[in-house]
Design a protein around this ligand. Structure first.
Ligand SMILES: [Zn+2]
Ligand SMILES: [Zn+2]
Length: 81
């Protein structure tokens, strides 16, 4: 995403085509710290779109692991974020 100035609803997710601005950015924080890795999910019903993200200090592998953990917890007791 090079253009950050566009309106939220003008941007569509490249994976699923739903409005990108409605996607949820999630992550597990570590001991009060801000998350360094996590995932993005689409709120549209039945949409399985997901992407992972990581910043300095995080890793793509950790982000994927966090997403898998989120899935496991969601199936057990509802969304974690
Ligand atoms: Zn979607
Ligand atoms: Zn999407």
């Amino acid at each position: 995403m090079a253009d950050a100035g566009a309106g939220e609803d003008a941007d569509l997710c490249q994976q699923c085509g739903h409005p990108w601005g409605k996607h949820q950015l999630c992550g597990y924080s570590q001991e009060g710290d801000v998350p360094r890795e996590g995932w993005v999910t689409c709120p549209a019903e039945g949409c399985a779109c997901h992407q992972t993200w990581s910043t300095q200090g995080g890793s793509p592998e950790g982000a994927e692991a966090a997403y898998q953990r989120f899935l496991a917890e969601r199936d057990g007791k509802g969304p974690a974020c």
